[in-house]
Design a protein around this ligand. Structure first.
Ligand SMILES: Cc1ncc(COP(=O)(O)O)c(C=O)c1O
Length: 387
């Protein structure tokens, strides 16, 4: 691409794909749906042979993703779970992984119900506690995977310190960066080896795309994961690659608005008598607040809050009008979730209880709407009297 790397990432995102098609000068990235490619002669290739192995539209997206995360290799998948599954396929029977206990339920499910059959074992620890991670390391441990901030309680793990621990113990360090995006947090720069995204969330940003991403710090690991992607086939189709590039152009704009809205809503929720706890790293009393300032350039737009009873939580879900009661997060439209029965429904009940993921805990993905309209909707939903 004709754009120099000394422009800021926000600019390069806006310009993504521009001029990539030299033949036409198209501003929008071309979509290449072709499943296969003509060979110029025996033993020769244009560089593209078969779409599972390589596709020009996916290649443009993957280069952009690597650049965004300051990595060597980007890979685009059909979902976040496809990306995570590919990471888990990198390990062998008998290996052991350490993961955040404050984790997306689907990641737990694929390990607990599928990879356990192949004897890939996992321990779940409080990854905001470095000592707890150290204690969980066994001779068979091969990697540590953290989600930071965590899901749904927004606990913050110390990326730099965990990276050092991983180096010392020869472990791969994987960070699920879905909640913050590379515009707010750069795990590879802080010492991680692999970054994972559910691009269904902020990267896609419009609740109209399911996609996943891996970015590696070094080329060799990138090649190993590419081998798995090409061998097992969970690629993102070209049309969706185009949609993701198109969506990434406005990521900086969307995030700026979403983060501002989330800060205002978190502070407002703290003042409501029906709300007993607010979990948002942008609040000064959040235990990860200082750490976020050291390793991220914003607090994101995800927040959770606990209300005074499960009945109240249900009332809010039934009464919200503008905000939708729906799973997922990161889009321009605000969504409210009940993690205990939705995103974390596959985590055993006692474990959920221990973690504090109860029926009175709600998770809000703050969108790009006018914040006053969001506050008004929450206000009427919290109120006892029917409107
Ligand atoms: C933090 C996190 N990681 C991974 C995933 C899985 O991604 P997908 O739903 O795109 O498969 C999710 C989905 O909710 C998530 O929230």
């Amino acid at each position: 691409m004709g754009h120099s790397h000394n422009t800021r990432i926000e600019t390069r995102l806006v310009q993504a794909g521009v001029g990539r098609d030299e033949q036409t000068g198209a501003i929008s990235l071309p979509i290449h749906p072709s499943a296969t490619y003509r060979h110029p002669a025996v033993g020769e290739s244009t560089g593209y042979d078969y779409t599972r192995s390589n596709n020009p539209t996916r290649e443009a997206l993957e280069e952009l993703l690597a650049e965004m995360e300051s990595g060597a290799r980007g890979l685009a998948f059909a979902s976040g779970m496809a990306a995570l599954t590919t990471v888990f396929l990198h390990f062998a029977s008998g290996d052991h992984l350490i993961l955040s206990e404050d984790l997306y339920g689907g990641t737990y499910r694929v390990l607990d119900q599928i990879f356990s059959r192949f004897n890939l074992t996992a321990s779940y620890v409080d990854t905001t506690d470095l000592a707890a991670i150290s204690l969980a390391i066994r001779p068979q441990t091969r990697a540590i995977l953290v989600e930071t901030p965590g899901n749904p309680l927004l606990g913050v793990a110390d990326i730099r310190s965990i990276a050092k621990l991983c180096k010392k113990n020869d472990l791969l360090f994987i960070v699920d960066n879905t909640f913050l995006t590379p515009l707010l947090q750069q795990p590879l720069e802080l010492g991680a080896d692999i970054v994972v995204h559910s691009a269904t969330k902020y990267l896609g940003g419009h609740n109209d795309l399911c996609a996943g991403v891996l970015v590696t710090a070094d080329k060799e690991l990138g090649e190993a994961l590419y081998f798995l992607q090409n061998s097992t086939g969970p690629i993102l189709p070209p049309q969706d690659c185009w949609l993701l590039v198109r969506s990434l152009k406005t990521l900086a704009l969307r995030l700026e608005r979403q983060c501002q809205n989330a800060q205002i809503i978190a502070q407002w929720l703290q003042q409501q008598p029906q709300v007993t706890n607010v979990y948002f790293p942008g609040l000064p009393d959040h235990p990860g607040h200082q750490l976020m300032q050291q390793q991220a350039s914003g607090y994101g737009a995800m927040l959770s809050f606990r209300v005074d009873s499960p009945r109240r939580a249900r009332q809010i879900l039934e009464r919200i009008k503008l905000i939708s009661f729906a799973e997922s997060l990161g889009g321009v439209e605000s969504l409210l979730t009940l993690p205990a029965i939705q995103t974390h429904g596959d985590i055993p009940a006692e474990e959920r209880q221990r973690l504090g993921i109860c029926d009175a805990l709600l998770r809000l993905s703050v969108g790009c709407e006018d914040v006053n309209d969001l506050l008004q909707d929450l206000q009427q939903a919290l109120n006892e009297k029917s409107s």
